[in-house]
Write a protein that binds this ligand. Sequence first.
Ligand code: MIC
Ligand code: SF4
Length: 649
Amino acid sequence: MNITRKIISSHMVSGSMKAGSEVGLRIDQTLTQDATGTMAYLQFEAMGVKKVRTKLSVSYVDHNTLQTGFENADDHRFLQSIAEKYGIYFSPAGNGICHQLHLERFGVPGQTLIGSDSHTPTAGGLGMLSFGAGGLDVACAMAGEPFYITMPKVVKVNLTGRLRPWVSAKDIILELLRRLSVKGGRGKVFEFAGPGVLTLSVPERATITNMGTELGATTSIFPSDNITKAFLKQQKREKSWKEIVPSKDAEYDEVIEIDLNALEPLIALPHSPDNVRTVKAVEDTPVNQVAIGSCTNSSLADLLLVSKTLKNKKINKNVSLVISPGSRQVVTMLAKSGALSDLIASGARILENSCGPCIGMGQSPSSGAVSLRTFNRNFEGRSGTKDAKVYLCSPEVAVAAALFGKITLPSKIGAKPKVKLPAKLDIDEKMFFAPSKNPGKTEILRGPNIKPLPVFEPLPEKFSAGVVLMVGDNITTDHIMPAGSKILPLRSNLPAISEYAFSAVDREFVSRAKASGSGVIAAGENYGQGSSREHAALAPRYLGVRAVIAKSFARIHLANLINFGIIPFTFKTASDYDKLSLGDRIEINSAAKALGGGSNELSALVRSADGSLKYEMALNFDLTQRQKSIIFAGGLLNWIKSGSKNASE
Ligand code: MIC
Ligand code: SF4
């Protein structure tokens, strides 16, 4: 068996390991972050469970750390009190980015982890089988429920050779994105193997598994070997180490070969992580901003390289260089080694250890600016500046641009400085707060911006809904429910945040959806790629959307739609998309019967706005019995509370 199948088989509680069928997995650990966490914990509270039933659950605050009003601070306080009461470890703002911290302090090879953040597969760098999920799925896992995935195909990515100087782990994942696109990983796990694996440290591996998310992959994973052991030892967690390697005769569904020697510095151009070119091809493009950090590239090794490269130099006068370290440990080590003062002296602006500019929490570039970022996403407008041109690259390429003021091959800096990690790291766990031993005494602290969960109706017998939006391919969750410093503080307030749904795509969407009463969204391929934010399903549902008809869906968003009772249909005939118009009405008689039968196809009537019949459209749905009954109940929470869950088991 390969590693993926080994871990799945040791955690499987239902289903079968046949690619395409549904598998229920026992989850050992969960993580949440603040922007998705408040909703997840409101849902967990609604389940009435006294204490988390996982081996370990951690609640991080790292996204909404710019406190421009009371909202974010209230959320942080709420999260801390919830954690204390329900048996969850709490990592306050200032500790760092959840994925970096989870690698350093909590991840365990061979265990399963789900997190309410799409980049949870970062822990795959440690040999952990980890998935991004909606907050409600994480809440269920905390309540001891299994997590369901479609059994993925396992792709062996066979790495040979060794990276040349100035070429980095980021270039490996950019190469995969170049070859496979943002849709290429759907339904697959990328398992890294081959002699090249031994040349990569855990933070380098984590950069790759982190950004496997951008391929649309179910997850990505590396073996847990002596390099993993050394990393854990350095973090004083050697006891958590366990060897996880594939069997000698392991089989895979596909094999991809990458010769590390042959790679050169790569860069993703605006506005998609798969729009990859060689750095050489876009050399000399003037650069206005360089941002180094995010859960992809904010490790100590990354930032030591940047500081060594900048030592005794000044950044270009036309560039604003911002750096957000991944964790308190990273900043402490930078400070102790003197690297922090080298960074400051070079002209860099040091930010808080948090997601920061990656999610548009400050540092929006100037109008039309070119911003080079070591991050993982460059969707249009995500930086907070609609017409900014965001490129994604390695710290090596980023630092070269900061020095030269234009995109430059990093080899032009000269010899690559040698980075040696300090033999001893500063390990200090005092800022991770353990749950209370006396939870009865903990009061949950809510602020006025934390609104109760809405109650959703079950699926009506006759489905009749207007087409309220038509969008194309690769619509991201940033299109559906934008982030940024203005909108993120509303994550705990569904009525308020819903007003921003699709705001950058179609300003009329909200009023149209409200007027329609019940709505349908028609979309192209890979609908809902990107984040795990369930607000991208919750807000449309709150505005009356009951179905999305797409050419195909991204994994986490599909699960979120089902969890909130939105039917994910696919067009049987793709050209039916072209026949639809805004304002058409879709009708399905005896909806529950049509969905509930053995077939995965039904027929819907499409009527023009004036009520006349336009045509009949065949719709597909690929849903398990469990998913169907969740939709009939109007969503997962209703399903759990109504007892339909027990009835269908
Ligand atoms: C992101 O990178 O888009 C986020 C912000 O981390 C999201 C989670 C969120 O929307 O809160 C993610 O990747 O899941
Ligand atoms: Fe935070 Fe950016 Fe990573 Fe999302 S991708 S978790 S916003 S650093």
